[in-house]
Write a protein that binds this ligand. Structure first.
Ligand SMILES: [Zn+2]
Length: 327
C-alpha cells in the first residue's frame, strides 16, 4: 500500500503529496517540505515511535515533474506490526522506487473541492528545534494527537487540481479503471473517463475538465495565449457542413501577478515555452466558446476561434503527460 497521506507534525494534519506541493509553491505560506516532518498516517503507528521516525517525499519540490509524486519510506523508517502502510510492497516501492508502481497514482480523490483547503500551523513548542528535524523532541505522550475532524471524515477529497489530473494521466492505459472511478466537482459527478474531455470534443458538454496537446504558447504584453493542436469541427447555422476551428485559452498576466504561486507558475510557463517536449494543458472552470476576433496580420479582417479566458490558475496545469499521445 502506498501512502495516500502523511501526517505533518507542524500542521498537525494529514496531507496528500499534492497538498505538500501546493504548500511548497505557495508564497503566502511559510512551508518547505524539506524542513517539515512527515510521519505514517496510521495514528497508532505514529504514536508508537518518536518524532524522528519519518517519511520522505519524492517530487514534492520539482515544478516540472514527470514521475508521480509520492511519500516514501526512508531506509530507517519503521512501522508497527500490522500497520497497513508497513507492508513489504510499500517498503520496496518506496525505497527502491520501482518504476511501475511509483508511476501510477492509486488514490483517486472522489471530489475536487473548489474552495482551497486552509491550514493552521501548530504553535512551535519551545523545546523543538525546527531547523534540525532529525533532532526534534520525541512525540509527547501527554497530549495524544487527534486527526483534524474535517479531514478525517473526508479523506478522499482534494482541493488540489493536480491530484485528479495525475490520476488520469498516470492511469491512462487503464481505461476500465478510469470508467469505474467517480469524480465530483461542484454539482456534477461523472467517471474520470468522462470528466476529462479532449479539447476537440468540447462541444459535447460544458463544465468538464478539458485537455489537449499544446501547439504553441504565445507571450503577449498583457497575456499568454495557449494554442491547442486539435481543432473543433463545427457547423454554423448558415453553412452547409462542418469546418475546423482553432481552440485557445488566454492567461492574463495580471492574474498571474496576483497569484499566490506566481513564481512556480512563471517557471512552469517559461519551461513550457522553451521545452522541446510534447506538453499538455488541463483546465477546469471555463468552456471555450466561438468568438469573432480580429486578425493580427490584417486587423481589418476577422476570423472565428473557440476561446476562453482562464479565471482561476488553481484549476489550470501545463505538464508532460507520457501516454496521452497514444491514449
Ligand atoms: Zn505505519
Amino acid at each position: 500500500m502506498k501512502f495516500d497521506t502523511a501526517y505533518c507534525i507542524s500542521l498537525d494534519d494529514k496531507l496528500s503529496i499534492y497538498d505538500v506541493r501546493d504548500l511548497n509553491f505557495d508564497e503566502t505560506m511559510a512551508f518547505d517540505s524539506a524542513k517539515e516532518q512527515f510521519q505514517c498516517p496510521n495514528d497508532a503507528c505514529r504514536a508508537a515511535f518518536a518524532a524522528d521516525n519519518q517519511l520522505g517525499t519524492f517530487n514534492a519540490k520539482n515544478v516540472n515533474y514527470i514521475r508521480t509524486p509520492h511519500f516514501k519510506n526512508l531506509p530507517a523508517t519503521r512501522h508497527i506490526e500490522g500497520c497497513p502502510y508497513g507492508s513489504s510492497r510499500t517498503l520496496a516501492a518506496g525505497v527502491e522506487g520501482t518504476p511501475d508502481e511509483d508511476d501510477r497514482e492509486e488514490h483517486f480523490p472522489s471530489e475536487l473541492l473548489l474552495a482551497r483547503r486552509e491550514y493552521v500551523r501548530k504553535p512551535a513548542t519551545p523545546t523543538a528545534d525546527v531547523e534540525t528535524p532529525g533532532t526534534a523532541a520525541p512525540a509527547s505522550t501527554s497530549s495524544p494527537r487527534t486527526p483534524h475532524p474535517a479531514q478525517a471524515s473526508t479523506p478522499d477529497k482534494t482541493s488540489v487540481f493536480a491530484h485528479p489530473v495525475e490520476c488520469f494521466v498516470s492511469n491512462i492505459d487503464d481505461k476500465e479503471l478510469l470508467k469505474r472511478m467517480p469524480l465530483k466537482i461542484g454539482e456534477h459527478t461523472a467517471s474520470y473517463a468522462s470528466f476529462f474531455k479532449k479539447i476537440e470534443y468540447l462541444l459535447d458538454n460544458k463544465g468538464l475538465i478539458y485537455w489537449g496537446k499544446i501547439k504553441e504558447i504565445k507571450d503577449y504584453t498583457q497575456s499568454f495565449r495557449i494554442d491547442f493542436e486539435q481543432k473543433v469541427w463545427f457547423k454554423q447555422a448558415d453553412e452547409a457542413k462542418k469546418k475546423p476551428y482553432s481552440v485557445n485559452v488566454y492567461l492574463s498576466k495580471k492574474l498571474i501577478e496576483n497569484y499566490r504561486k506566481r513564481k512556480a507558475f512563471l517557471e512552469e510557463i517559461k519551461h513550457a515555452i522553451e521545452s522541446e517536449q510534447e506538453l499538455y494543458c488541463f483546465f477546469y472552470g471555463v468552456t471555450p466558446e466561438l468568438k469573432q476576433v480580429p486578425s493580427k496580420k490584417h486587423p481589418e479582417q476577422t476570423f472565428r476561434v473557440f476561446s476562453a479566458n482562464i479565471e482561476n490558475l488553481d484549476h489550470f496545469i501545463i505538464r508532460e503527460a507520457p501516454g496521452l499521445a497514444t491514449g
